[in-house]
Design a protein around this ligand. Structure first.
Ligand code: ADP
Length: 585
């Protein structure tokens, strides 16, 4: 029967057109269905069929006491695999899985003649071999026949599953991106993702976050949400190198940087984890790496149970990929925030150090100035009107000595600022470092004796000359020995120059106050001084060691300190032989 001849058919004419469904309907033996032979159909049914088949909007009729189905092409996809089997069959048979929901609605329409209205109603259909979370927008309306009796139900329906899911997922991702602004650490970012994802169990019946630790060797569980997946599936830690340590495809996800799926969790692997809020168990688990833009290794993994009522299609997968991308962004933000704070702290610290420096430097200047002004004022006071002054030798000596001390201080400050500005280069020449060092060290001998300190200087001749800038080396040696003198109240100081491999090694060891361990890392910082350190004097600017370090670096060398509080300190300078590491003058 072709449709053009049907338009003249007095019996089948109302079924004309209607695409594939029209053809199916015309080919069906209706006498074997609850509708009965087409010749006997009521006018109301024929009209309804004409409207249904002729529309491109999804429509379905549920007819008679059986609520038997007639539907059009546009509606047929709602049936999934039940199409075309469903045509002409009773509604309760076609929709047995949701009859408890829609059966009473049909009764209401059929018995009371009132239409229903459902917006985005959840109808868990089983149309592809599994119960699915689907949403529909529809109205069941009565179709009345002769005498106004309701003969069937007419339904215009739109499936809104994809819109409902899209909106839900967008909401979830929005929440994640809002959280991303607040998180300050990797741990917080992963925990926030778990909290947000598992708060919508329809998307993730459970969710677990792992952080990659120990240089990529260990996954450490940080957060869990939703159904407890148990330690057998999600242990507290997973050694990445041991394939049998976990059923989860963590190695794949880490190696490829792509999401990896575990299938058959319940059916094959025997895990019975409820797919809350649905009664079916979770069958699939998705492992998504949280990638780091700075490293080939991910920060960690998000492990999510997949809803037993949704297929893991592209859109569903994308949700988790985007969630992981949000976590990466939060981590990036957190790192930027931490770096910003560190910078601010460093600046504040430098500011504090500078203030301390100014106050220390002022004291350093004031002492010699006072020592100079005293005798000068005495002399002026002794002979207020004299043209020429009687000047005592010892007083002049004092003024001279302190003048030199001031000059030295000013020179040190200038040196330091020139080095800091990068304007200083070492003018190296090959020198006999042993005799130079011994000579410099000897200038402290009488001061050490006066202070009752034992003083040992051991500078064995070196096998070759060392390329150094003489003035700079002087400053290094004098600074280290004067610090040792200053901070050693009893015991002694030992200065030693020796060979160590391809370098000359200078060590200045004392039995002084020592340096608290917490201060050791900062000891070479400019302006840094240890508060309350017991020494011979309290004077100092906190630039001596920083200057030593800069000077040693200009020679391609290193300086180190070993110290034990209350027992003493040893400063060691290592200067490589040769001149390869010294910048050309
Ligand atoms: P300062 O002018 O204060 O001596 P430095 O840069 O030379 O500045 O030294 C920084 C700080 O390191 C000193 O304030 C002191 O507390 C500590 N220090 C330096 N050398 C020694 C040492 N040999 N023994 C104990 N503490 C030392």
């Amino acid at each position: 029967m072709d449709s053009s001849s049907l338009s003249f058919d007095p019996v089948y004419g109302f079924m004309a057109g209607g695409g594939a469904m029209g053809a199916l309907m015309r080919g069906l033996d209706w006498s074997k269905t609850s509708f009965g032979p087409v010749e006997d159909w009521s006018q109301a049914l024929k009209s309804a069929v004409t409207i249904c088949l002729g529309s491109r909007f999804p429509m379905v009729l549920y007819w008679g006491p059986e609520r038997a189905l007639i539907y059009n092409d546009a509606w047929s996809p709602v049936l999934g695999q039940k199409h075309p089997w469903a045509l002409g069959r009773p509604g309760w048979e076609v929709w047995s899985e949701i009859w408890d929901i829609i059966g009473p609605m049909f009764d209401q329409v059929m018995e009371q003649g009132e239409a229903t209205w459902s917006a985005d109603q959840l109808l868990p259909l089983n149309r592809f071999g599994y119960v699915e979370e689907c949403y529909f927008y529809y109205s069941y309306s009565p179709v009345r026949g002769g005498e106004g009796r309701v003969e069937g139900v007419f339904t215009a329906v739109a499936e809104t599953t994809s819109r409902v899911l899209t909106e839900r997922r967008e909401r979830l991702l929005r929440e994640l991106s809002e959280r991303a602004l607040e998180t300050r650490t990797v741990e917080e970012a992963l925990a926030a993702a778990v909290a947000v994802l598992s708060a919508t169990p329809e998307e993730a019946p459970f969710c677990v976050a792992y952080q990659l630790a120990e240089g990529g060797r260990l996954l450490r569980r940080l957060a869990m949400g939703g159904t407890d997946p148990g330690a057998a599936l999600c242990p507290g830690s997973i050694p990445v190198g041991e394939p049998e340590a976990s059923l989860l495809p963590v190695r794949d996800a880490i190696a490829t940087g792509l999401p990896a799926v575990l299938d058959g969790l319940a059916s094959r692997h025997g895990f019975a984890l409820p797919g809350t809020p649905w009664p079916e168990p979770v069958e699939q688990v998705l492992v998504v790496p949280v990638l780091s833009p700075r490293s080939s290794e991910p920060h960690g993994l998000l492990v999510a149970g997949i809803s037993p009522r949704r297929r893991l299609d592209d859109a569903y997968r994308t949700l988790f990929e985007r969630a992981a991308a949000h976590v990466s962004t939060s981590i990036l933000n957190a790192e930027a925030y931490a770096a910003e704070r560190r910078r601010a702290e460093e600046l504040a610290e430098l500011d504090r150090a500078k203030t301390a420096f100014f106050s220390n430097a002022s004291h350093e200047f004031r002492t010699p100035l006072t020592l100079m002004l005293g005798p000068v004022e005495d002399m002026l006071g002794a002979a207020p009107d004299a043209e020429r002054l009687e000047v005592g030798r010892s007083e002049l000596d004092l003024v001279h000595r302190n003048g030199l001390r001031l000059l030295k201080l000013v020179n040190t400050l200038l040196d330091f600022s020139r080095i800091e500005a990068g304007r200083v280069h070492a003018q190296v020449q090959p020198l006999d470092l042993a005799s130079l060092t011994a000579e410099l060290a000897s200038t402290f001998r009488s001061a050490m004796q006066r202070a009752g300190l034992e003083y040992q200087v051991t500078c064995a001749p070196l096998p070759e000359p060392v390329w150094v800038d003489r003035e700079m080396w002087e400053k290094v040696v004098l600074n280290l020995i004067s610090n040792a003198f200053k901070y050693t109240l009893a015991g002694g100081v030992a200065v030693r120059l020796e060979v160590a491999g391809d370098a000359a090694l200078l060590s200045v060891a004392d039995t002084g106050t020592g340096i608290p361990p917490a201060e050791l890392p900062r000891i070479f910082e400019r302006f840094h001084r240890i508060e309350g350190q017991r020494g011979r004097t309290y004077e100092g600017t906190g630039i001596g060691l920083s200057l030593v370090q800069e000077l040693v670096h200009l020679h391609g060398g290193t300086v180190q300190v070993d110290s034990a509080e209350g027992r003493g300190s040893t400063f060691t300078v290592r200067l490589p032989f040769g001149r390869a590491h010294v910048a050309p003058a």
